[in-house]
Write a protein that binds this ligand. Sequence first.
Ligand SMILES: [Zn+2]
Length: 241
Amino acid sequence: MKPRPGWFSKTTVDGRTTMLTEPFVTDYCRANMWLVRGRDHDLLVDTGMGICPLAPEIETTPGKPLLAVATHVHLDHVGSLHEFSWRAGPRIEAEAFATMPDAATYAYMFRDLPGAVSELPYPGWKSMDYAIEPAPLHRLLDEGDVIDLGDRAFHVLHLPGHSPGSIGLFDGQDGTLFSGDAIHGGVLIDDMPDSDRIPYCATMRRLLKLPVRVTHGGHADSIDGPRMREIAEDYLRRNEG
Ligand SMILES: [Zn+2]
């Protein structure tokens, strides 16, 4: 079935970065996806809901592989991961990627959500039929790993709290952080069954020490370093007693 044109929006961030999102998905589940062009291979950070095929939207260069990385296993970050032939994600959540159980992805929340989408992706679509395809990982990411695109490198940071395995990707050369749901300009979620505020506080203390220039998060608009630190400090004030 042909999906609705414009299901994905694309915004050019800079010469080598494009942001994609799904404007008709309810804002709670509307996540950002980041396409980063590299010399030796490209990188896709997170893959949206998987309601419409994402892979055809991602231009690739013949002979240049694309690594699709999910920052964590929640539904709005892994829906289209299975469409990509080279997949990476946090080792701590790897088992869930292989089967995508509801208990780990929270797909059931979207199924039961009134107004899940503001426009139908295609005629007859129903949120109650929503399901996520398994996407076993080819590369398991740990704290300290490096994703090297040839002309720039991203360090894997383990940023637990929102979920136990949440990771961020940090380019220390230019201060760019892809942060997933660990920190962003929207409402930070720390009350899911797999969230934990104690490691979340440690994550915020760590982010405060990181020389971040810009944060491209899983939700909301990108934020600069000072704003990110403000959000981290605010979180610590509210949660560290
Ligand atoms: Zn999440």
